[in-house]
Each structure stands twice: as structure tokens, then as C-alpha cells.
Design a protein around this ligand. Structure first.
Ligand code: MN
Length: 256
């Protein structure tokens, strides 16, 4: 038996299942809203090319209009100033897009405090209990935030002081950037906390992680279906040449 035949028989006999962590991509999918004077990315829209009509009697197809950073998507290093000379999304080696998933569950803390931040202490207690984060891991910050996926207002959670959603502190981002992980995934609209624009440096998750050749992954859902460790993540962004990111389909292979 090769590793592949073992995996395939696991999928057949149900000892391995596949969980789709991708949020549905539609015109209603929440997108980041930056304040003035910054420009914002666009939501998804479909432009009909034909729909079994005179423009194509036997077929239907659409042009897609969307941003690189819309919906469940990957942030490549070139998305941020600290990584601008690094890897664009098409240059990411596929080996780095597949790796072990490590789930850190802070759903309870975030329910009581939407501005909750992960600090080095949180990572250090995890490591003390479970050992070091595996080489090439995708660390997924489970917050329960995906329950707001279909309600853009609750998802973005903004008031007069800007958006409120969980993320990394400056020190937490620095700690993670020095770890062995490949990527950091979240349930929120971006990899930084809602209030990260006011931190120093601003948007520290982007600043530190993308500057350290790590990748971001946003708007994940169904993290409830994943064990704390033991799942395999497959992240599939489009190879947009020179792209700073891409909508991505994200699957987890989960042992029963
Ligand atoms: Mn992004």
C-alpha cells in the first residue's frame, strides 16, 4: 500500500473525512472596509456571458469580478511592505500550501471580548502543553466568528472607533513570525484584529508574518469539525501571476 492508496481507502471507508473550510463566495460575502482616504477592494459580482440564450444557446458562463482579497483568501508575502520583495501568490511552492493544521480555540474568550488578542503567553502555554508548533503547520485561530459570515454588519462589527474583531497583538505577531509555521488562518475578514490599524506597527499580523515569508488565510469556517491537531490542511489559491493574494478553497483531511 502506498500512502496514497491508504488515504484513498480511508476516504472510502470513512476513516478519513474532508471538511470544507471555505466560506461561500457571493456578492454578499463581507469584504474589508478601510476608512477614508484608503481605497477598498470590490465584492464579487458575476457578469453574464451567456445563459442558454442567443449569446450561447447550449451553454452558460460568466465573467467574474472580484478582488484578490475577497472572501476566504490567502495573503501572499508581497501583499505587505515588509514582504514586497518576497513571494507572490503564483510563486508559492505547493508543498507549503499543504501541511498540518493546529487549532487554537479561543471561542469562549472572544465571545466575551471581541477585541481579544493572542499574546506570546497564549502560544507559550500551548507549546508547554503540546510541544513545539510543527514545521510547516497552519495555525488556525478558532474564534467562532464565522457564525457572522452571512451578516456583513455583525461580521465587520464596526462602531465610531472602527471595527472590533479578534486578532494578534504586536508581540503575538512577532512571536508567531519567529515560529516554524507556514501560515496563520482566521475566521475574520483579515488576519489582523479589527483595531490593528492603531497598533505600532499598524496591522502587526501583516507586518510580521508576511515579512517573515509566512502566509495569511482568512474567513475560514467549520473549524468546529476539526480536531486540535491531526488534520491535514490543503490550501488552493489561484496562481495569479504577480498576485498579492487570491480567493482560495481550503480543505481539511480529518481522521475519524
Ligand atoms: Mn488579504
Amino acid at each position: 500500500m502506498t500512502a496514497i492508496t491508504t488515504l484513498l481507502s480511508g476516504l472510502t471507508d470513512g476513516s478519513v473525512t474532508i471538511v470544507d473550510l471555505t466560506a461561500p463566495l457571493s456578492p454578499q460575502t463581507p469584504v474589508l472596509q478601510l476608512p477614508e482616504p484608503f481605497a477598498n477592494t470590490i465584492s464579487l459580482s458575476l457578469e453574464k456571458v451567456s445563459d442558454f440564450d442567443d449569446d450561447g444557446p447550449f451553454w452558460a458562463w460568466n465573467n467574474i469580478h472580484t478582488g484578490e482579497h475577497t472572501g476566504t483568501h490567502l495573503d501572499a508575502p508581497t501583499h505587505w511592505g515588509t514582504g514586497r520583495d518576497g513571494t507572490s501568490v503564483d510563486q508559492i511552492p505547493p508543498e507549503r500550501l499543504i501541511g498540518p493544521a493546529v487549532i487554537l480555540d479561543f471561542t469562549e474568550q472572544v465571545a466575551g471580548s471581541p477585541d481579544f488578542l493572542l499574546e506570546p503567553d497564549h502560544f507559550e502555554s500551548y507549546v508547554a502543553e503540546n510541544g513545539p508548533l510543527p514545521e510547516g503547520a497552519w495555525l488556525l485561530f478558532k474564534t467562532g466568528w464565522s457564525r457572522f459570515n452571512t451578516d456583513a454588519e455583525a461580521f465587520l462589527n464596526a462602531d465610531e472607533n472602527g471595527p472590533h474583531s479578534p486578532g494578534l497583538s504586536v508581540a503575538g505577531a512577532e512571536w508567531l513570525a519567529q515560529s516554524a509555521i507556514t501560515g496563520y488562518g482566521v475566521e475574520t475578514v483579515g488576519i489582523d484584529a479589527g483595531q490593528a490599524g492603531g497598533m505600532d506597527p499598524a496591522f502587526p499580523a501583516h507586518y510580521h508574518l508576511l515579512g517573515a515569508d509566512k502566509y495569511g488565510l482568512t474567513q475560514l469556517q467549520n473549524l468546529d469539525a476539526l480536531p486540535a491537531t491531526g488534520a491535514l490542511l490543503v490550501v488552493s489559491p489561484l496562481p495569479i501571476v504577480g498576485g498579492t493574494g487570491s480567493p482560495a478553497r481550503v480543505f481539511a483531511f480529518v481522521p475519524a
